[in-house]
Design a protein around this ligand. Sequence first.
Ligand code: IPE
Ligand code: IPE
Ligand code: MG
Length: 246
Amino acid sequence: MSLKSKIHSENLPKHIAIIMDGNGRWAKEKGFLRVFGHENGTKSVKTTVESCAELGIENLTLYAFSTENWNRPKLEVKTLMQLLISSLKKEMNTLQKNSIRLNAIGNLEHLPARVRKELLHVIDETKNNTRMTLTLALSYGSRDELVNATKQICDKVKNNIISVENIDETLINQHLYTQNLPDVDLLIRTSGEKRISNFLLWQIAYAELYFTDVYWPDFTNENLYEAIINYQKRERRFGKTSEQLH
Ligand code: IPE
Ligand code: IPE
Ligand code: MG
């Protein structure tokens, strides 16, 4: 029995988020430069995006570049930005063919103008696609997102658009970069690291966490299926008792 056929279509995670980690170690262990790992990581992005769409996952969010990643060597940052532009150009057809809408979260103002231009172009071209929303987290940091939301809310209170009493979880949600996305159901991190690294802190409040030792460039469809099968075996209690759910 293939792994894929073990996935139950009625219990799919509505939102999968992935911390794509391990590109650098993958390359170094093979005696290559780190950037070679990033290049090979783009292949895993393509197969994962296509598989998720095919399975019927409605939302996939990929952590591609964190606010902290700006502190990497200049050349690595430059290469990552170039890879992003070339991938966006190359994969536009894949998105259209599969009716995938591109979305981006993060401090996009920080991105180089040519990256932002290509990104906004693909977002616009794919805006009417309905099968899956692919969100790229770029120059994204959860703390930055919460600071940004707090400032917007305070501004609205100051200008009497809302009052303090209006502040609730829904309102905070509406001021996050992820405002139109449902909560994360399944968070996957590759490469063996077991940390969140400033990713979607608010949105993963009740996500199921899945860690695998596989480096991102080696992450295959089968690895994705394993993660989803593992997710489907879990009991999501949301604070209730097991008995209440049955
Ligand atoms: C993930 O791989 C890609 C980015 C963070 C951009 P890394 O580059 O972090 O790879 P490791 O963790 O050093 O192996
Ligand atoms: C997290 O990976 C960011 C991305 C995958 C884009 P890092 O490799 O930057 O995380 P840390 O620094 O090891 O926690
Ligand atoms: Mg890393």
